[in-house]
Structures are given as C-alpha cells and as structure tokens.
Design a protein around this ligand. Sequence first.
Ligand code: ADP
Length: 187
Amino acid sequence: MSDAPSSDASSSTDRLVLMRGDLTTVAADALVNTANASLMGGGGVDGALHRAAGPRLRAECRKLRGCPMGEARITGAGLLPARYVIHAVGPMWRGGQHGERELLANCYRQVFALVEAHDLRSVAFPSIATGVYGFPIEEAAPIALRAMLSALERLASLERVTAVLFSDADLAVYRRTLDALRTPSPA
Ligand code: ADP
C-alpha cells in the first residue's frame, strides 16, 4: 500500500484531460459552448452543439435574451450527453489591444463560477474564440489552461476538466503550453 498523501492522487494536473475530438460526443456534467452574444446559434461548436442538442436548447437560449461578451450563461443540454450547456461569449480578436485577453479570461472565470454554483463534477471545453473569432491559439491556450488549473486547485469537488481540441495542431499547442506551465521557471 502506498503512503503517498491523498492530494497526490487528485492533483490539478491529474484531473485535467487534453484530447482531440468532437465536443458534442463528450460526456460531462456540463459542455461549454463558444456562443455569440445573441445565444441563438451559429457555426462551429455552437452550430454542432445546437444540432446535437435538438430544439429544446434553442428554446431555452431564447429566454435568456443574449449574453454580453466576456460572460457566460447556463441552460439544460437537450439531447447532449450532459446535464448542462454553459454558453460563453468569447471576444472577437481585433489585434490584441482591445481587452481581448481579459475578456477571454473572464469567460473562463464565469464558466467556473457556474460550475461551482451548480456543484458540477466535470466540465468539457472547446477552445473558446480561436475559430471564427480569430483569437490566436498560442495566445488563448495559456489563458484557458491557467483558468482550468486554478479552478481545479480551488474546487476540490471538481473531478475532471476536459479540453477538447478539434485538430492535432491545436492539441499540440495545448500540450506544449501545459508542459511550459508545469515547468517551474528558473529563479
Ligand atoms: P469561435 O467563434 O469562438 O471562434 P468556433 O466554433 O468557430 O468558435 O471555433 C472554436 C474552436 O472550436 C476552433 O478551434 C474550432 O476548430 C473548434 N471546433 C469546431 N467544432 C468543434 C467540435 N464539434 N468540437 C470541438 N471543437 C470544435
């Protein structure tokens, strides 16, 4: 039997999973949508989640009457393999001088505030804003991963955070970034 302290078994990095795949097929308490401010659906992740969830998701979203950029809202998940969808409205990249990084960090913070408020055990994310919204993935990955690690440290009841990347190239950026965040910088 091991004498290792129990915190070792549930360290933040053990509970963070990076994978390539389609978010709509991932089972989790909540799937995060990268939505636009109307919350009425669009392309990319948003379109795929709405197609897989069925019309009930759209009906729930309509009642919310939109969501400002940098914020997040929660709904049921329709036919998706989840209990909830958390809709985060990421910033459109406009060169990096318009508060884009702070707005993206705020999206992740708001998602985790909802995860905490609903006492969720697992949540799966796409790479928010790095598709049609044009946020460079090299800039977005450290913001996403720092938020995930910090939430895992803070929330003991959170068992798994999954980042679902759509391409091998995006997954490689996330892996490299996570390695760099784990490596202590020289004193
Ligand atoms: P945004 O408008 O926030 O940029 P997009 O949906 O255009 O959102 O893209 C965000 C990221 O999600 C992109 O890297 C895109 O390739 C990826 N993506 C698109 N569809 C899926 C999916 N079904 N599962 C996971 N990731 C996806």
